[in-house]
Design a binder for this molecule. Structure first.
Ligand SMILES: CC(C)(COP(=O)(O)OP(=O)(O)OC[C@H]1O[C@@H](n2cnc3c(N)ncnc32)[C@H](O)[C@@H]1OP(=O)(O)O)[C@@H](O)C(=O)NCCC(=O)NCCS
Length: 168
């Protein structure tokens, strides 16, 4: 059985594009740091892993919210629904009102499609159009409007919010 570290390392080491082995090490260590800090951690079918870390929408602190990262599916299992099933299982277990994710539209835009005006929990140049939300509780974000957000722990490290080309 592969560890979360191995799943992230092996996925990003061969992802190509913006990513190389330095990113693989960074994201694998990030996963271990989040797990040590108490983030929810899910290995799905031995081939996919993600952490879910609590985040607070400052204008709606009663909402139970998480950010997903890192998320990896081993290369030979990609595009077969593993990430989707991992997310469904995590959502069943955590029962969140809202889940956020930072990433590419073509990866996450279809599923994380709830309009929102919630800012990032750190100062970052990361574009807000890559900051997606999914309200699992219907209407949870409808009346929130523009808001800051807050979190603690390893995910507040500015490096992790930088563009991959500026992370290594
Ligand atoms: C991105 C990643 C987590 C998606 O996991 P997955 O198990 O392959 O995703 P799923 O099979 O559940 O796909 C769900 C939907 O996501 C979208 N999607 C996922 N990967 C995609 C890709 N490579 N290209 C385009 N759309 C993609 C599609 O809309 C897909 O639905 P469809 O297959 O019905 O069109 C996985 O491919 C991965 O670990 N990639 C390598 C690391 C990486 O590049 N991560 C992104 C940066 S954080």
């Amino acid at each position: 059985m592969k560890t979360p570290y191995q799943i992230h390392y092996e996925t990003f080491a061969v992802a190509g594009g913006l990513y190389d082995e330095r990113h693989a090490k960074l994201y694998a260590e990030f996963a271990d740091d989040l797990i040590a800090d108490g983030s929810y951690s899910i290995v799905y079918d031995g081939v996919a892993h993600a952490c879910y870390t609590p985040i607070t929408i400052d204008a709606a602190p009663h909402l139970k919210c998480y950010v997903v990262a890192p998320l990896s599916v081993l290369p030979e299992y990609q595009r077969q629904g593993y990430a989707t099933r991992l997310m469904e299982r995590a959502e069943q277990e955590l029962k969140p009102d809202v889940v956020f994710i930072m990433g590419e539209f073509h990866h996450y835009g279809k599923r994380y499609n709830t309009p929102h005006k919630v800012g990032l929990p750190v100062e970052s140049l990361a574009p807000l159009e890559n900051w997606f939300a999914l309200a699992l509780t219907e209407g949870a974000l409808d009346d929130v409007g523009q808001s800051t957000s807050s979190m603690t722990g390893p995910y507040t490290e500015p490096l992790i919010w930088r563009h991959p080309s500026e992370q290594v």
